[in-house]
Write a protein that binds this ligand. Sequence first.
Ligand code: DQA
Length: 148
Amino acid sequence: MPLVFVLNGPNLNLLGLRQPEIYGHETLADVERDCRALADELGLAIAFHQSNHEGAIVDRIHEARNEAAAIVINPAAYTHTSVAILDALKAFDGPVIEVHISNVHQRESFRHHSYVSLRADGVIAGCGTEGYRLALRRVASLVAARTG
Ligand code: DQA
């Protein structure tokens, strides 16, 4: 089964608790549970990670080079700052889908720019936590297209 890394950046461990008016009431554990259920249906395996540390996310992306068929990533605030995460993703060969729970384009102007989008094959924003599941569906078709 193709393995998909689902990577989450800083403060997403507080999902459901921080700014629920923006990010909703679901926790990251809820998101992981729903992703696993859908991955089963799609014939994908997933490895789900969250870190508040930029270097730890870079390390995971390096691991993905040997282990993962695709990456779904919500880089959170690092979206808008991290050339290191962009460079790591550029060293990964498979499909990359960027997810944002909120519609970043409706928010402060510093959230309108994403370094990660320079590498992402697709970007999903403003679909709430459903965005992760939409990303997995897209990954399933991209991985299937690659493997024929
Ligand atoms: C976010 C949007 C980012 O701007 C923010 O820093 C986050 C979460 C989102 O999922 O909407 O932490 O990536």
